[in-house]
Design a protein around this ligand. Structure first.
Ligand SMILES: O=c1ccn([C@@H]2O[C@H](COP(=O)(O)O)[C@@H](O)[C@H]2O)c(=O)[nH]1
Length: 233
């Protein structure tokens, strides 16, 4: 069984387009992420279809609410058979611990539970606007510490914070990084970006890549080219 490092963000507004892409790639070549757009359009049925097709699915709904609500949402995600689910680390320790506890009964079949730190679209100025007057790296480190203490499996961060987080929390603490751009690709709204090759070198476990694949003329080819640029896993 391969351990694909690329998680393709299935950000499509059409189920047909999404499934055409999915049917053109192999579960050994990538994992898949369902986020707010596709989940709002197509719901749990789409997630179940992807799981049934043999893909590891990251349900990226970034839950952020009171502890009991978030824990029940994580439980519902686990029932869908997803590989990974996430909550905002800024929801606090109680919220994260309660969510982690809600997954106990799934045993080894439970999804990985990951904390979102600082969105990769945010710069230091964007953080300051929200009242957080430290650098993104400092805030990521702080929130990753909370996630680690609460027993989460890792965090969503940018690849720029990866080396320091691996030093602080060890190699088993999973780092999931959006904001990945092959050389020359448009950044869109991403601010803290890195190429796939660099991201792997700095210790990222899973790279989330959306538009550079999904908006390519040939998405399957774009994915194959990214995979070819990486050392075999
Ligand atoms: O900090 C974060 C957390 C989540 N995302 C999500 O990842 C993808 C990135 O897509 P691209 O097209 O490669 O920019 C997207 O679904 C975001 O919702 C993120 O970008 N940053």
């Amino acid at each position: 069984m391969k351990d694909p490092k690329v998680v393709v963000a299935l950000d499509f507004d059409s189920e047909h387009k999404a499934l055409s892409f999915v049917d053109s790639v192999d579960p050994d070549s990538c994992r898949l992420k369902v986020g707010k757009e596709m989940f709002t359009y197509f719901g749990p049925a789409l997630v179940k279809q992807l799981v049934t097709r043999g893909f590891d699915v990251f349900l990226d709904l970034k839950f952020h609410d009171i502890p009991s609500t978030v824990a029940k949402a994580c439980y519902a995600a686990a029932e869908l058979g997803v590989w990974m689910v996430n909550v905002h680390a800024s929801g606090g320790t109680k919220m994260m611990q309660t969510s982690r506890n809600a997954l106990h009964e799934f045993g080894e079949q439970r999804p990985l539970l990951i904390g979102v730190t600082v969105l990769t679209s945010m710069s230091e100025a964007d953080l300051a606007e929200t009242g957080i007057r430290v650098t993104p790296a400092q805030q990521v480190s702080h929130l990753a510490g909370l996630a680690n203490s609460a027993g989460l499996d890792g965090v969503v961060c940018s690849a720029h914070e990866a080396q320091s987080l691996k030093q602080q929390f060890g190699s088993g603490f999973k780092l999931v990084t959006p904001g990945i751009r092959p050389e020359g690709a448009a950044l869109g709204d991403q601010q803290r970006v890195m190429t796939p090759e660099q991201a792997l070198k700095v210790g990222v476990d899973y790279m989330v890549i959306g538009r550079p694949v999904t908006q390519a003329e040939d998405p399957a080819l774009a994915l194959a080219q990214i995979n070819q640029s990486l050392p075999a896993s």
